[in-house]
Design a binder for this molecule. Structure first.
Ligand code: COA
Length: 155
């Protein structure tokens, strides 16, 4: 069973190692450990660790409240190190419940690289819809991103 709880500083070395892993780093823009610590400390950012009773720490997620749109939550990051066991889908379902039922936001959104078709399939199957495509200069390179959204009444 997947347990989802706030990340603590002691978890960060393992989380930074997950981000740096070959299977993950091509799909995300890794944070330095200090930036992860800020996510833990900031009141408008949520750092969650995903732990399985047997497998231990299997991944993490980050959510960020928007200061521009008060009714919207950004699903900033999801990394599952132990892939293909349903942890990613379980985490997304948890985030949707948190966003719409607990916090009562009206919109949940994320961006995903256009090359990351596996994550896109997962997001689509969990009700996210493509909102628009954009091109951003990140870490010295142009990246094609797809912004995907769930709006409450369309859930
Ligand atoms: C994308 C990611 C979060 C998915 O997590 P996961 O725990 O492996 O996914 P799940 O086991 O919950 O599988 C969910 C769906 O993904 C798809 N999927 C899983 N493994 C797959 C694979 N090897 N190839 C293609 N699709 C796959 C399936 O559609 C699956 O649905 P199903 O179980 O109904 O068949 C994870 O692979 C990951 O961390 N990737 C690297 C970082 C990343 O891309 N993060 C998202 C950035 S936006």
């Amino acid at each position: 069973m997947l347990n989802i709880a706030p990340t603590s500083s002691e978890d960060l070395p393992s989380i930074v190692a997950m981000e740096a892993h070959e299977d993950n780093k091509q799909y995300i823009f890794p944070y330095a450990i200090e930036r992860h610590q800020k996510v833990i400390d900031n009141h408008d950012e949520y750092h969650l660790k995903l732990e399985d009773q047997q497998d231990g720490l299997v991944g993490f997620a980050i959510m960020v409240e928007s200061d521009m749109e008060t009714d919207s939550l950004e699903f900033r990051r999801l990394v599952i190190q132990k892939k293909g066991h349903g942890y990613g889908r379980t985490a997304i379902k948890w985030v949707k419940r948190y966003c719409f039922e607990e916090k009562r936001y009206k919109k949940l959104w994320l961006d995903v690289l256009d090359t990351n078709t596996k994550a896109q399939q997962l997001y689509l199957s969990e009700g996210f819809k493509e909102s628009f495509r954009t091109r951003e200069f990140i870490n010295g390179e142009w990246k094609n991103l797809i912004v995907m959204t769930i709006v409450k009444d369309q859930k």
